[in-house]
Ligand binder design. Structure first.
Ligand SMILES: C[S@@+](CC[C@H](N)C(=O)[O-])C[C@H]1O[C@@H](n2cnc3c(N)ncnc32)[C@H](O)[C@@H]1O
Length: 453
């Protein structure tokens, strides 16, 4: 096991919220921060986003906080739209911000329900018939060479990749209506991982798991099944439609949003954790397939550079100095928090010297808190007095240095003006790596930080 250090934090640990725990005791408490429930729910399941959280958590908070028609809810890291979909289902106004354009597009598709369902059904039947004929087009083995980045060829049985390619061409060139095109595009996007012969789990694609001897997955059949599942979801979930405004913003939650002071009744989100997951890389398979990106550089320019820093792949060492990187503003408003983070940054900088990978965990940690500060401040501005801001968060221990993200974020909230901070634990994390000798043995947890304005 790597050596672990618990840096001392503050005297008191923020308390739990007993009423909230009581309110959700009958649910699968441990899974509230994960996408498990959402993968079984209509609409939510249209794209497997392991960074997503449970729709049950959102519904529970709406009830717990007494959100009603006309109220606004805010999600500064809205991802694939879990919060926004729940709000639209219940008729609440919602405003979400997502900086990753592909992930934002997924949420956009999940949020468009304004179809005439008889027409939609007829159109899908017609298009899928036309598509079956399109798939009969002859295409020799060399015909799809050079179209995709190499990774894509390594992930599929050739027969499946030909079908996926023809489906892509059909959807791109033969479908006129933009909303129906989006349904088909998202269905094919979802099919990509189900049809892969390689390992496509979180966080990285594993092409070496494609040994070539697995049978084809029948991509076209998977695709059609997905389209009809989406149709059934839409037809069922949108039976009760309410008047409300749901805004899915492609933007940066560190910036000022188009919401008035005190406009929001409830803010809830799951920010990136300080755990070195590269969100930009999560959609590499999808964006390579659709031709949106071709290289690491494309992914950096289109996505990585736009996100708050939570991974070492986002850090350019030459641009920073460990002594001064942590924000002066944090030092000014929360000197204790500054000291705690800075101590961790310096310790990480020391440990880095003796580690083979030379990971920039030190800078990543400072930049993470620098980035979270304006997000918390903006949320405070738009939240109404008495309103709550829930953040599902985990702590972390890069190179074995424990960073109590949830405590530090709570303290930053107090420094910005929130009147209280609480923490409610969902589960202990990291058990699946317990046998990895490279890994530290610091117990990690996941839960919700609750700030009250
Ligand atoms: C933990 S995920 C949230 C997932 C969401 N709760 C869901 O269920 O899909 C965090 C999200 O924050 C996004 N993000 C990172 N930096 C951002 C920024 N500056 N502004 C807005 N979104 C950002 C990431 O792309 C990622 O989708």
């Amino acid at each position: 096991m790597a050596e672990a250090t618990q840096l001392s934090l503050f005297d008191e640990t923020p308390g739990e919220n007993p009423s909230l725990r009581g309110g959700i005791s009958s649910l699968h408490f441990a899974d509230l921060g994960t996408f498990k429930d959402s993968m079984r729910a209509p609409i939510h399941s249209w794209f497997r986003y392991p960074a997503g959280y449970s729709y049950r958590f959102v519904d529970m908070l709406f009830a717990e906080c007494g959100i009603g028609r006309g109220d606004w809810v805010y999600d500064p890291f809205s991802g694939t739209g879990t919060t926004l979909v729940c709000a639209k289902q219940r008729g609440f106004n919602a405003y979400g911000v997502e900086a990753h354009s592909f992930v934002h597009w997924v949420a956009d598709v999940k949020l468009f329900w304004e179809y005439d369902f008889a027409v939609l059904r007829r159109e899908l039947e017609r298009l899928l018939l036309q598509c079956r004929n399109f798939l009969k087009r002859p295409i020799d083995d060399g015909g799809i060479q050079g179209i995709f980045p190499e990774l894509i060829y390594k992930c599929y049985h050739l027969q499946d990749l030909k079908e996926l390619y023809l489906l892509r061409e059909f959807i791109t060139h033969e479908v006129g209506d933009v909303h129906i095109q989006n349904i088909l595009k998202l269905a094919l996007t979802d099919t990509l991982r189900n049809a892969a012969a390689a390992g496509t789990g979180w966080p990285y694609i594993a092409p070496n798991k494609n040994t070539g001897d697995k049978p084809p997955k029948k991509a076209a059949i998977l695709f059609e099944d997905t389209v009809w599942k989406m149709y059934r979801d839409l037809a069922s979930i949108t039976r009760n439609r309410f008047d409300c405004e749901v805004r899915n913003i492609l933007g940066d939650s560190r910036q000022k949003q188009l919401l008035e002071n005190d406009q929001v009744a409830l803010a809830l989100t799951s920010p990136p954790y300080l755990n070195n997951y590269d969100y930009a890389d999560r959609t590499r398979l999808e964006t390579y397939f659709w031709g949106i990106t071709k290289t690491w550089k494309d992914i950096t320019e289109q996505f990585r550079n736009k996100l708050i820093v939570a991974a070492t792949t986002q850090v350019i060492r030459s641009q920073h100095n460990v002594e001064t990187v942590l924000s002066e503003e944090i030092k000014l408003i929360a000197p204790e928090v500054y000291q705690t983070i800075q101590r961790a940054v310096l310790e990480l900088s020391l440990r880095r010297r003796n580690k083979g990978g030379k990971k920039d965990y030190d800078l990543m940690t400072a930049l993470y808190f620098n980035d979270m500060l304006p997000v918390i401040r903006e949320t405070y501005r738009i939240l109404r007095p008495g309103g709550k801001f829930f953040m599902v968060l985990g702590d972390s221990a890069p190179y074995g240095v424990h960073i109590a993200t949830e405590t530090l974020i709570g303290r930053l909230g107090l420094a910005i003006g929130f009147s209280t901070t609480e923490y409610i634990e969902f589960r202990i994390r990291g058990k699946k790596w317990k046998d990895n000798p490279q890994r530290h043995d610091v117990p990690l947890r996941e839960g919700a930080v609750i700030l009250t304005k």
